[in-house]
Design a protein around this ligand. Sequence first.
Ligand code: FCB
Length: 450
Amino acid sequence: MAEKDSFTWGVSTSSFQVEGATREDGRGDSIWDTFCREKGRIVNGDTGDIACDHYHRFSEDIALMRDLGVDAYRFSVAWPRVLPKGRGAINEAGLAFYDRLIDSLLAAGIEPWLCLYHWDLPQELHDLGGWQSRDCAGWFADYATLIGRRYGDRVKRLATFNEPCVFTLLGYGYGLGAPGLKDKEALHRAIHHVNLAHGRGVDALRAAVTGASIGAIHNRQPCLPASPAAADQAAARKFADYWNGAFPEPQHFGCYPASLAGEIERYQQPGDMASICRPIDWFGVNHYSPNYITESPAEVLGVGFAGPPAEVPRTAIGWPIVPDAFADTLLEVDRRFRLPIYVLENGTAAIDKLDESGNVNDPDRIAYIKAYIEAMQRAIQAGADVRGYFAWSLLDNFEWGSGYSQRFGLVYVDFPSLRRIPKASARWYARFIASHHMAAAKSGAIAAGS
Ligand code: FCB
């Protein structure tokens, strides 16, 4: 077998988007279960109740990962599956599911990367204040300890949060994600308490897991003005402080961006910044496209999303395709944070159809991923310390407010039957990874003089 090189190729998913089995084996409700039940929130009234049924079909999914030849799989733990009320009583059946998943991954030679929080906050904790409450940081730290102690003998790659800027902005500021609020104060409280939870979570994992390699996963995308107008330029600067600054800056440098500091001060207590700013081992980047921002007085922050200029190509979900922005982002993260970078999400929605011969041809996805990987390689050549790339996603899955209407998978899921059909992009990615491993093994052998 070709020796594995040090660059990690992987695929990512998240609990709520793939697991299903939301009422099975003692799982509690999350805020996303509730949000899906609210009329008009999700396209077609879709829910996560069945999703990809990964809860029951994870062995089949691991076999698909083996066919891809990936080195690693990033998944998240559903907090309410292991602690149905978010704290207190432990659900052994839920913990046992992740034991099975982790053990099967290791048996397949695939490294598990575990993220503690990919947006599915236990509903019971939300009812007690959730991210509005400072207590939530402590509840999160206890959950992190539980997970670290249970799986830390087998899982060393651990992330606290996935895209804190996205779930706080969309969930508390724009009403587009759970819990569906449009409330500036709620947003600011959530930002600070999630930051506190990150810091305490890092400490909890560090204490529980020998040899842990810990990071946080940030969605990092340039925020560009939708027009040259001064108001749009100011809106883009303001939005960038929230999107790209509100979490990485306090977590790495111990302070909020100047434009936010005054807003958040009132929720801070002495010592908070030191608790938030804890040493970590790597910086997780999720990147899809630049954000185009406009002044929008109707929104709670006075800024909103706009489309890109007409000449910029877009994916099926409408996101701009600008590979150079990815290269710039990686170089910028490298310069600013000076940590090994792992790209933990990148990919595209496409209009995928099962043809009469039972195949799914997705040339647009292949073109997107190829162009983005090439952009990453340009950044690496220019000096960015990027150590891994994980495609979003292994499977078509529940795409939040878009429900099942947007397909991001390398593997097509026929939702009525839950049958999995690797798309042409899966075969492309498998060939790409194999050739990369082969080239790396060869150059390793040459370097070793054999
Ligand atoms: C990211 C989310 C991920 C998925 C992709 C398409 O913002 O982290 O769960 O929905 O977008």
